[in-house]
Design a protein around this ligand. Structure first.
Ligand code: NAP
Length: 255
């Protein structure tokens, strides 16, 4: 039985944890961003480690055999910390890197560097905007209060945005294309702002926007550190097996 630390907060991290826990001692780490995270099915620790050094200290102190970075593609800080901590603590590390969505015929995508850039590009004319963003990423839209916003988040947006027109929906994915299409139509939405999260669970709004000819401002992905990685759960399970095999690392150690 090997000790595995999974940096999670994603569906894939939860699925990986469940499969690896059959044969290994698995701990899942959450940042603690959501108030009531879904049950993870394995022991969970919550909250930051205190940077890369703090994570390295945790890896050494808990005799972790393998670190798996299965965090969200936009959680760039923890991914950078994971790569550095693995080096500092000399622990093998692998990652699940969920592929980005690729533009399809009919998509009206405008790539942007940040939520603030998207807010600046909405223009002076009042529009109806669906903000499919984390509640920590909404502040830039207060600078353009002429628009009406539809905001969907897992936890309530507290305090609410300082704009006159905002509707809040509390919901946790997965979201279907049909459901998101109905949402966009009901609220008369003419643009969405979203991260390019990849995966199926939140693709509904992208497909619905395409079907309705609605513009999508897509925040581009941050760069992530290079490490052995798989695009999905099964691929990462194979990498984990390789990394934990008795002969793994022998070459690196010069044996
Ligand atoms: P981040 O900016 O990469 O991380 C900031 C700090 O939070 C890290 O330095 C670390 O603190 C702590 N942290 C992050 N993930 C952790 C984990 N799994 N276990 C323990 N500590 C963790 O990541 P973020 O603030 O969580 O999110 C950044 C972006 O990713 C946002 O755009 C957010 O919306 C998106 N995101 C989306 C989802 C989703 O499911 N939709 C989930 C997560 C993040 P220390 O340095 O103290 O260790």
């Amino acid at each position: 039985m090997k000790r595995i630390l999974i940096l999670g907060g994603t569906t894939e991290a939860r699925q990986l944890a469940g499969k690896l826990a059959i044969r290994h001692d698995v701990t899942l780490s959450l940042a603690g961003r959501t108030e009531n995270p879904v049950a993870q099915g394995v022991p969970v620790r919550t909250g930051g480690f205190g940077g890369a050094e703090g994570l390295a200290h945790y890896l050494r102190g808990n005799r972790v055999d393998l670190l798996i970075d299965a965090t969200h593609p936009y959680a760039a800080q923890i991914s950078a910390n994971a790569a550095k901590a693995a080096r500092l603590a000399n622990v093998p590390a692998i990652a699940l890197r969920r592929p980005a969505w690729v533009q399809q015929p009919g998509d009206r995508w405008t790539p942007v560097g940040s939520a603030a850039e998207a807010a600046g590009l909405l223009g002076p004319r009042p529009r109806k905007i669906f903000l499919a963003l984390g509640r920590q990423e909404l502040a830039p839209f207060e600078a353009v209060p002429q628009h009406t916003y539809l905001i969907r988040s897992v936890d309530p947006v507290e305090p609410p945005l300082a704009v006159p027109g905002a509707t809040y929906i509390l919901a946790r994915g997965p979201f279907s294309e049909a459901g998101d299409r109905a949402l966009l139509e009901t609220h008369g939405i003419d643009a969405i702002v979203s991260k390019n999260s990849g995966g199926e669970a939140t693709y509904g709004k992208i497909a619905a926007a395409r079907a309705l000819g609605i513009e999508a401002f897509l925040i581009q992905r941050p760069p992530l550190p290079d490490m052995p990685s798989g695009a999905g759960v099964e691929e990462v399970l194979r990498l984990a097996d390789q990394a934990l095999a008795p002969w793994a690392g022998l070459e690196k150690r010069g044996v």
